[in-house]
Write a protein that binds this ligand. Structure first.
Ligand code: NAD
Length: 372
């Protein structure tokens, strides 16, 4: 199969869908992989890494990729300038978020594109396995980001997370102990902070207690417990998720006002609206703003700034699916893997994902029926 890896053109996006070592696996499998020149630049992979190290074919324009690849593997949804390049019957495997992209959806339906969305692919346990790697990264970034924001240079409290002997360290409070929350907790604990996690899922807080041998404290998030913890923490992290819904606004402005001046709020759940009242999304160019004397960080695409790590981590998870689609064809790959089938959002001009159809009040076609 001919597989295409275009350069990502969405602002702030430094990832590439397939790093050279993954391309090499596909070339060894017998496929031809077209990589757009410069596609790996943001992740620090050169054209030479792809050409000599991996056996890719480097092409100079996205038109050449879309013009001949049967399978396009991307990171972010195709941008408007790419719409006209998409070919009839092509398969596109990427984060699609089609509910928020009506023009792209229309283009994909009109061109009978098989659109497989990373964000709805499930593993055998029913977990969203292609979102998981990005949550791990966002969680671990929390420690690096907060260490910087706590400094005087950023108008923070002027403290080291760990302190030094005799100075006292920082307290970090994480709301939501899932993938983001646990990764943030481990990284903050490793950096020397005192960490507490709140979650409504008692099994999860038991798990965190066992995993960290009680070093990460856990609480149940009643409003009173949240208010008490927030008022004593230099760093507050929003990491809740209610699948398929906007994030619940569980931190109110009165709680924020009780934080110490120069404290930091990192609302990782901002991509689902955020769990702090009145929080506004920010970008890597302007990642913070100050409100009620507290630094607010609400970047919607945190992994975008660690392109190298994020590209490797994402492609570790996507590679088995790419290999399967490339070796047996998309229909057989989807038929043989119900979790991958959950990722199919569009096929032959129809919406095949019930939640997508419902959210747009459009008609839905059953994928299994279409393929049988
Ligand atoms: N900003 C970014 O760049 C970025 C990157 C990755 C993930 N995210 C977002 O981070 C959020 C967390 O993702 P995740 O992968 O950790 O999800 P997850 O499902 O693994 O964990 C979410 C946790 O929140 C808990 N929860 C739900 N409601 C709660 C409440 N009211 N109080 C306390 N806990 C509650 C759940 O029990 C669960 O343990 C999601 O919104 C996700 O989209 C953002």
């Amino acid at each position: 199969m001919i597989i295409g890896v275009p350069r990502e053109i969405k602002p702030d996006e430094n990832r590439v869908s397939l790093p050279p070592d993954k391309v090499e696996v596909l070339v060894t499998d017998g496929h031809k992989v077209l990589v757009e020149s410069g596609a790996g630049e943001g992740s620090r992979f050169s054209d030479d890494n792809y050409l000599y190290g991996a056996g890719a074919t480097i092409v100079s324009s996205p038109a050449e990729i879309y013009g001949s690849a049967e399978l396009i593997v991307k990171v972010k949804e195709p941008q408007p300038s790419e719409f006209e390049l998409i070919q009839h019957g092509q398969t596109i495997f990427t984060y699609l978020h089609l509910a928020a992209e009506p023009d792209l959806l229309e283009c994909m339906l009109e061109k009978n594109v098989t659109g497989i969305a990373y964000e709805t692919v499930e593993d055998r346990q029913g977990r969203l396995c292609l979102l998981h790697p990005m949550s791990e990264i966002a969680g671990r970034l929390v420690s690096q980001v907060s260490a910087r924001l706590l400094t005087n240079i950023e108008q923070g409290v002027g403290k080291l997370l760990s302190g030094v002997p005799g100075s006292g360290n920082c307290s970090a409070f994480i709301i939501g102990g899932g993938t983001v929350g646990l990764n943030a907790a481990m990284a903050l604990m490793g950096a020397g902070a005192d960490v507490t996690v709140a979650d409504i899922n008692l099994d999860r807080i038991r798990e965190i207690d066992t995993l960290t041998k009680g070093q990460v404290k856990t609480i149940y998030p009643t409003p009173a417990a949240l208010a008490e913890k927030i008022s004593h923490s230099e760093v507050v992290v929003g990491a809740v998720l209610v699948p398929g819904a906007k994030a619940p606004r569980i931190v109110n402005r009165d709680m924020v006002k009780e934080m110490m001046p120069g404290g930091v709020i990192i609302d990782v759940a901002i991509d689902q609206g955020g769990c702090v009242d009145d929080i506004k999304p920010t970008s890597h160019q302007n990642p913070t703003y100050i409100q009620d004397d507290v630094i607010h960080y609400a970047v919607t695409n945190m992994p975008g700034i660690v392109g190298h790590t994020a590209s490797i981590s994402l492609s570790n998870a996507t590679l088995p699916y790419v290999r399967s689609i490339a070796s047996i064809g998309v229909e057989k790959a989807v038929t043989s893997d119900p979790g991958l089938a959950k990722g199919v959002n569009t096929l032959n001009g129809h919406i095949t994902h019930p939640a997508l159809a419902e959210s747009l009040s459009m008609t839905f076609q059953d994928l299994e029926e279409m393929l049988s």
